[in-house]
Design a protein around this ligand. Structure first.
Ligand SMILES: [Zn+2]
Length: 82
């Protein structure tokens, strides 16, 4: 069983091998790599200047400002942890 807050997914072995290799190439964990992919996809599909809902706090943020906005969350999370 994975530890709390984690979930194991079943994927084809060649998918697992590929995603592991790709993540390793970018010096990321598989989890980190998949999140990066999803973030990239989201950035590509939201057109410039449209409002998007923040996944963390639910605020409506201009897509062009989302990266900055998420940066604030990242900083806040780091402060909480330490
Ligand atoms: Zn937010």
């Amino acid at each position: 069983m994975p530890e709390k807050g984690w979930y194991s997914l079943t994927v084809r072995k060649n998918t697992a091998d590929k995603v592991r290799e790709l993540a390793k190439n970018e010096d990321l964990t598989v989890d980190g790599y998949l999140n990066q992919l999803m973030d990239k996809k989201q950035n590509n599909t939201t057109s410039y200047n449209t409002l998007v809902k923040c996944k963390k706090c639910g605020a409506m943020v201009k897509s062009e400002n989302m990266e900055k906005h998420m940066g604030k969350h990242a900083k806040a999370a780091k402060k909480k942890r330490r």
